[in-house]
Design a protein around this ligand. Structure first.
Ligand code: EPU
Length: 348
């Protein structure tokens, strides 16, 4: 374990904000984690946080506590019989590397989740999802350390995954660190191409009746292309993907808003216990209707290609991004009566 003081975090948050943390503990071996937690606790009297890929965090200023950076990897798989493979990855493995590893082996389950920035250890916290699939769909279990107890393993049921939600954002918030995650993948083809962008992409091949079934790797490549065309690359322009969640509306809310705004998109929310009584609308659409798409305010702004993505052009401040987010929220609230919930976690 390495300990740094007054550490530059610009490489450790995908907004690329030039903030510092009072302490930075780099944990490259999983076995060092308990000692890192103890040390951070002693150095800061409990003011510490865990960081993976930094793709879902907004530092609104310098962080006065200690950042524990989970940098340990490890990727292994076990054949379970029954045409299934159990893949296990350490918290510090890059999510996209995990997806690539599985699709290049021809396994099915994670292909729609290609190119999502961030690390494996962060994926279950907000139950990352894209193109009709969430990581919870093929999740098997995870291991981790509660801050007040011995290491333990949680099954899918305990994790209580919902839309961009899990027990780690609720009861266990700031009280549990994930060290390893396991996914149960399939060896037999199981393409999920219902999402409009993907359907269109593969429709041509199906339409020609060539009989060509895409491989999971081809689907992952198509997802990567679609993402590149819509979402700014954090390596080129600072961002954390979707800044807000898509709001879930009751049936009544959805109906009355649809009457007022006939073009408003409505989708069925993707949750396992979907009762059919709720709909999801598009936060990007709401934000675009309020005129924010492509808006620039000094060093920060709203992406020109996707209204749900807030961007940092360089040399800006996290607090300015957070203020912009508040202003967007107010105008959506005024215009539509909907309170957008941030998906990105601010460190205020
Ligand atoms: N739209 C607009 N303006 C825009 C962009 C989109 O009006 O600038 C509308 C369009 O009607 C479009 C709809 O929004 O049909 C949906 O857009 P998109 O397919 O890009 O998906 P999204 O709902 O905006 C969600 C996830 C993304 C994920 C995509 C694809 C959330 C908060 N975001 O975005 O996840 O990649 O679906 O499945 O659920 C992330 O979480 O960081 C993320 C990028």
């Amino acid at each position: 374990m390495k300990i740094y003081k007054n550490h530059d975090l610009s490489r450790y948050n995908t907004f690329g904000l030039g903030v510092k943390s009072a302490y930075f503990l780099e944990v490259e071996q999983e076995d060092d984690l308990p000692r890192a937690i103890e040390t951070a606790d002693e150095l800061t009297q409990g003011n510490f946080m865990f960081l993976g890929g930094g793709s879902n965090v907004l530092f609104c200023g310098d962080y006065k506590g200690a950042v524990i950076h989970l940098a340990f990897g490890g990727l292994e798989f076990h054949e379970t019989g029954r045409n299934q493979i159990l893949v296990e990855a350490g918290a510090g493995v890059s999510w996209h590397d995990l997806v690539t590893y599985t699709t290049q082996n021809g396994w099915w389950g994670l292909e729609n989740l290609a190119m999502i920035p961030g690390s494996v250890g962060a994926a279950p916290i907000q139950n990352i999802g894209a193109y009709g699939v969430e990581q919870g769909d093929c999740f098997e279990s995870l291991s981790g350390i509660p801050l007040n107890g011995p290491p333990c393993t949680y099954s899918k049921k305990i994790c209580d995954f919902g839309y961009r939600n899990s027990i780690f954002k609720q009861e266990l918030k700031n009280n549990f660190v994930i060290t390893r995650v396991r996914y149960l993948l399939e060896t037999q083809p199981n393409p999920r191409l219902d999402y409009q962008d993907l359907k269109l992409r593969f429709a041509e091949a199906f339409g020609k009746g060539t009989g060509h079934q895409p491989s999971s790797n081809e689907i992952a490549n198509a997802v990567a292309d679609i993402r590149r065309s819509k979402l700014p690359d954090p390596a080129l322009i600072g961002n954390a993907g979707s800044f807000f969640k898509n709001p879930i509306l009751t049936k009544e809310q959805a109906e009355s808003l649809k009457n007022l705004h006939p073009n408003m998109p409505l989708f069925a929310p993707k949750t396992e216990n979907d009762t059919g009584s709720e709909s999801k609308t598009s936060a990007a659409w709401l934000i675009e209707q309020c005129g924010w798409k492509g808006h620039r305010r000094g060093a920060v702004g709203v992406s020109e290609t996707h209204a749900l993505v807030l961007v940092h052009y360089g040399d800006g401040k996290g607090e300015d991004l957070w203020q912009l987010a508040q202003d967007i929220r107010s105008s959506v609230r005024m215009e539509f009566g909907i309170d957008l919930e941030p998906e990105v976690n601010p460190v205020l």
